[in-house]
Design a binder for this molecule. Structure first.
Ligand SMILES: [Zn+2]
Ligand SMILES: [Zn+2]
Length: 56
């Protein structure tokens, strides 16, 4: 199962956590985009988990 605190290789730790820990986005207005996620979408991910992807 997806663990919010344990992103697989090749994933952005922050985006992974936000995607799988619903409580993070649940705390804010659902119509307001998450600034951190928007920043990553526009500018890319500053860090990715090192290692080879195990799937897809
Ligand atoms: Zn990201
Ligand atoms: Zn987010």
């Amino acid at each position: 199962m997806a663990d919010p605190n344990n992103p697989p290789p090749g994933e952005c730790p922050q985006c992974w956590r936000h995607a799988h820990d619903k409580s993070i986005h649940a705390r804010q207005d659902r119509r307001t985009d998450c600034a951190e996620c928007v920043d990553h979408m526009l500018n890319g991910h500053p860090t990715l988990v090192p290692g080879r992807r195990r799937w897809w």
